[in-house]
Design a binder for this molecule. Structure first.
Ligand code: ADP
Ligand code: MG
Length: 260
């Protein structure tokens, strides 16, 4: 049988505060096949972001993986040192963070931030990296990318900023993109455009995607399979049709009923 691109096996994550250990991810397992768009849904606080940050080992604060395996292309990432993880983040697994300010630095131009990422990971010259960054900006639908290259993040609209963040994430042609609520901060019409863009790029670049969202409508339009999280556990997993038309778990039924 073909090996999945990514496989989480009984992942547990805790945070540690003054009064001790807070278990936040309590045993999460799933597979992601190459080419798949896997939706991760669940209410706020259910553990979607912590799970995704565990995969690239960028847990904040006192977060620690206490159990399990994260197998990417046959290799367990859990025990990899930071230097190896940096390489993986640069070449294999890219992430779009829930908070857009985590991705773009306000004091540097959008273009230089993208070309810096390209230079760091692909060893291109300054001019080559700049040209590639402009190409990426063009590809994500930024008008006049040669001029826009020199703009600062605040000179972009919210939708344009998100396009630039997608350009940055995809500039290293990752095999896996983890997008954590990539459209939550945007107006509804812009949300649809950004999702459409992501799906177009997915086809073009053959990227597999983990799409975290609390929006079941988004899942219905974009995902092959979906995982439903609650309280740090996976409540249910299935095809989009399974989950929408034949939910097994009471929590999923409730989630569907709460749809507008
Ligand atoms: P979601 O993305 O599904 O909304 P998160 O993964 O962000 O949820 O959070 C899951 C749980 O982990 C929540 O209870 C949250 O309070 C806790 N948590 C997240 N980040 C931290 C942190 N840096 N320190 C302590 N607890 C955290
Ligand atoms: Mg989150």
């Amino acid at each position: 049988m073909k090996e999945p691109l990514l496989s989480l096996k009984d992942l547990k994550v805790s945070f540690f505060n003054n009064s001790g250990e807070v278990k936040v991810i309590r045993g999460v397992s799933f597979n992601l096949e190459k080419g798949e768009v896997l939706g991760v849904v669940g209410e706020s606080g259910s553990g979607k972001s912590v799970t995704s940050m565990s995969i690239i080992k960028l847990l904040k604060g006192t977060g620690k993986i206490t159990n399990g395996e994260i197998v990417y292309k046959g290799e367990n990432l859990v025990n990899k040192i930071e230097k190896e993880m940096m390489k993986i983040r640069g070449n294999d697994i890219a992430m779009i963070f829930q908070d857009p300010m985590t991705s773009l630095n306000p004091v540097f131009t959008v273009g230089t931030q993208i070309s810096d990422v390209i230079r760091r990971h692909q060893g291109l010259s300054k001019t080559e990296a700049k040209n590639k960054a402009i190409e990426m900006l063009r590809m994500v639908g930024i008008p006049s990318p040669e001029e826009r290259y020199n703009n600062y993040p605040h000179e972009f609209s919210g939708g344009m900023r998100q396009r630039a963040i997608i350009a940055m994430a995809l500039s290293c042609e990752p095999e896996l993109l983890i997008a954590d609520e990539p459209t939550t901060a945007l107006d509804v019409t812009i949300q649809a455009q950004i999702l459409e863009l992501l799906m177009e790029l997915k086809e073009k670049m053959d990227t597999s995607i983990i799409l975290i969202t609390h929006d079941l409508g988004v899942v219905a339009n974009t995902c092959n399979r979906v995982i439903v999280m609650y309280g740090g556990l996976i409540m249910e997993e299935g095809t989009v049709d399974d989950i929408f038309y034949n939910p097994m778990h009471p929590y999923t039924k409730g989630l569907l009923q709460s749809l507008p």
